[in-house]
Design a protein. Structure first.
Lengths: 116, 116
């Protein structure tokens, strides 16, 4: 049972345009949502996160939107650059009992290709 | 460079064998996580340790075990290996558990295991 789903395995965007990556989840108890970026032969690196009590978080060209009623979040990259080409993983966190940091549950990833 | 070191980077072995993957977390990080990434799959959470103690368990097979040592490095032991165990195994670390933490994990480059 996949709790975090990224239904688009790939996305191709022209340089300078907006990239929108989507993610759906099933567990309404998730506390945080995160996006990670992964280049080939490297480990995933943290990109941006959002608390479940917020609906938007922005960091430079990256903005994450959270729609709790729809159990959906999205990552917007504006403007997209060729260096953004990577696999993007959506992840959700369940805090451990007592409120401490828990493990992350990842989606399968979306491969973004930004063409010059 | 995330500061998380994993060895070996590549490992080829035969079915039925046993291997040990090693992880050194970032300096000061007390939590260590193990993830498995199989072909076309997202990152599957295996197990989390915090300061030497098991904190959370995911979809880890009984043939797999892990531990975190007093110096905080961790080892993942995989035994009675099967073809389906071929995957990338990632280790990640994070700072001391933080109430309300954003869940950012720092990943190593992974250990690629091939079972023939």
């Amino acid at each position: 049972d996949q709790q975090v789903k990224q239904n688009s395995p790939s996305l191709s965007v022209q340089e300078g345009r907006i990239s929108i990556l989507n993610c759906d989840y099933t567990n309404s108890m998730f506390d945080y949502f995160l996006w990670y970026k992964k280049y080939p032969a490297e480990g995933p690196t943290f990109l941006i996160s959002i608390s479940s009590i917020k609906d938007k978080n922005e960091d430079g060209r990256f903005t994450v939107f959270l729609n709790k009623s729809a159990k959906h979040l999205s990552l917007h990259i504006v403007p997209s650059q060729p260096g953004d080409s990577a696999v993007y993983f959506c992840a959700a966190e369940l805090m451990n009992y007592g409120g401490s940091q828990g493990n992350l549950i990842f989606g399968k990833g979306t491969k973004l290709s930004v063409k010059p | 460079d995330s500061g998380v070191t994993q060895t070996p980077k590549h490992l080829i072995t035969a079915t039925g064998q046993r291997v040990t993957l090693r992880c050194s977390p970032r300096s000061g990080d007390l939590s260590v996580y193990w993830y498995q990434q199989s072909l076309d799959q997202g990152l599957q959470f295996l197990i989390q340790y915090y300061n030497g103690e098991e904190r959370a368990k995911g979809n880890i097979l009984e043939r797999f075990s892990a531990q975190q040592f007093p110096d905080l490095h961790s080892e993942l032991n995989l035994s009675s290996l099967e073809l389906g165990d071929s995957a990338l195994y990632f280790c990640a670390s994070s700072p001391a558990t933080l109430a309300g933490g954003a869940g950012e994990l720092f990943f190593g480059e992974g250990s690629r295991l091939t079972v023939l």
